[in-house]
Design a binder for this molecule. Structure first.
Ligand code: ZN
Length: 123
């Protein structure tokens, strides 16, 4: 089972990190930027919705005095519980695409910056 394994160093990423930071986290072992693969997130969301629907179906026929609000609340809770749980057990991690680094000064030395300033300040 390869859930939550860092693709860079092969170590396991703590579930709490995957849950709290599914949009991006750092591997605690090698500090590589990671994210939960889209497929895993889709599965978690889908199963969470199924669970929410199931709870709603089961509870909506209850004769509880809170019969109207309770199913909605419970299904919301079901989604909030099931979805991250699924993520914990199934999440596959991938390297986060490197953010585009825009460093024209570094690429061209000091020259690029001065050319830019000259062109921009053309009065
Ligand atoms: Zn790692």
């Amino acid at each position: 089972m390869a859930a939550r394994l860092c693709p860079h160093c092969g170590n396991r990423v703590p579930a709490t990190r995957v849950m709290a930071l599914s949009d991006g986290m750092e591997c605690p072992h090698c500090q590589t930027r990671l994210e939960v693969a889209t497929g895993s997130r889709l599965i978690a969301t889908t199963l969470g919705l199924v669970a929410a629907w199931f709870v709603w179906r089961v509870t909506r026929d209850s004769t509880n005095i809170l019969g109207f609000a309770l199913p909605v609340l419970l299904s919301f809770l079901a989604f909030g519980i099931v979805s991250p749980l699924v993520l914990i057990f199934t999440a596959s991690l991938r390297l986060e695409p490197a953010a585009p680094v825009f460093e024209p000064v570094a690429a061209h030395g000091g020259h690029g910056q001065s050319v830019h300033d000259h062109a921009g300040g053309h009065h």
